[in-house]
Design a binder for this molecule. Structure first.
Ligand code: TXD
Length: 311
């Protein structure tokens, strides 16, 4: 059986970790693609990863490239091309530069890998996934943004840190835009099925929600140059694996909503079923009036950023 092919457009901090994680899970052969001035970096990362394989025994190939022909017929494309934030920057400050990059990437992916399932990571995420969809013309089930998986993971981590219980048993979701207006659905968060509201005070839960919203900026500030990359990479690999292995995972993802949750024509973080058909379904459920108001608020932020793309 032919191996899957995963092409990473952008081989920087997240891209390098995507390659390692994809190899460790033997998801398929990996192409790490970057621009010519970064060709040495991605060829070096690929060679280093090829030399890591004997220690753990995974038989996949990892190749660095700056030639788009090498991504031909990829099954999965994961896009991190673009610049990350510096301290003091909002994700939206990246729009000008990263939009131009995303348009170029979208044209090339459309040309070389028209049947791929595309996971967009580049920020500002809600605008970048929208831009990729608009420029590439890919079907809506084949384009998804990675944000909610990361934001929900952060929320889960903070709840586990607060309670001391296993991260394995913390479930929750964060919906909406990938920005400070994101919407943690605390009402449905549980630890082993026990509502977190029975375990953590409302004051502490509010502090955890607030920290989740700004968790990306917290790391950007600590780094001083660049943003988070381990958890973002793992979050996207979770989505890629669900597609390649038809796992039907239900993951908060930036999926195109056409009426779901009252959202029309925008990519926004919603519970999404990911399987061999890509984004197979958006799972709707009744929100409280407060949650709906927060979702409407985050949608306004998304609409504003999308408006600035001119697409
Ligand atoms: O949850 C999320 N979606 C966010 C996304 C989580 C964390 C980081 N987020 C964003 O991902 C971040 O704000 C950036 O926009 C991207 C990538 O972050 P990363 O930390 O990986 O940035 P790097 O290390 O600068 O890597 C970006 C690579 C770099 O190697 C560039 O040479 C390359 O992108 N690049 C390109 N690749 C292909 N094609 C073009 N045109 C191109 N331009 C730059």
């Amino acid at each position: 059986m032919a191996k899957n092919k995963i092409s990473l457009i952008g081989g920087g901090q997240i891209g390098g970790n995507l390659a390692l994680l994809a190899a460790q899970k033997e998801l398929g052969d990996v192409i790490i693609f970057d621009i010519p001035k970064a060709e040495g970096m991605v060829k070096g990362k690929a060679l280093d990863l090829m030399q890591l394989r004997p220690h753990d025994g995974y038989d996949v190939t990892i190749t660095g490239s700056s030639d788009y022909k090498d991504i031909a017929d990829s099954d999965v494309i994961i896009i991190t091309a673009g610049i990350p934030r510096k301290p003091g920057m909002d994700r939206e400050d990246l729009l000008g530069i990263n939009l131009g990059i995303m348009k170029d990437v979208a044209e090339n992916v459309k040309k070389h890998a028209p049947n791929a399932f595309v996971i967009v990571i580049s920020n500002p995420l809600d605008a970048m996934v929208y831009a990729f969809h608009k420029v590439s013309g890919f079907a809506k089930n084949k384009v998804v943004g990675m944000a909610g998986a990361l934001d929900s993971g952060r929320f889960r981590a903070f709840i586990a840190m607060e309670t001391g219980f296993s991260v394995q048993d913390v479930t929750c979701m964060v919906l909406g835009g990938h920005g400070d207006t994101m919407v943690p659905i605390t009402r449905l968060a549980t630890v082993g099925g026990v509502p977190v509201t029975a375990l953590i005070s409302s004051e502490r839960l509010k502090a955890i929600e607030d920290r989740t919203r700004v968790a990306g900026g917290e790391i950007v500030k600590l780094f001083g140059n660049g943003s988070a990359f381990y958890a973002p990479a793992q979050s996207a690999i979770e989505m890629a694996e669900s597609y390649l292995r038809d796992k039907k995972r239900v993951i908060p993802c930036a999926s195109l909503c056409e009426g779901e949750f009252g959202v029309e024509g925008y990519f926004i973080g919603v519970p999404s079923v990911i399987g061999a058909g890509g984004v197979e379904k958006v799972l709707e459920f009744d929100l409280t009036s407060e949650e709906q108001a927060e979702l409407n608020n985050t949608l306004e932020a998304v609409e504003k950023t999308i408006g600035e793309t001119g697409l």
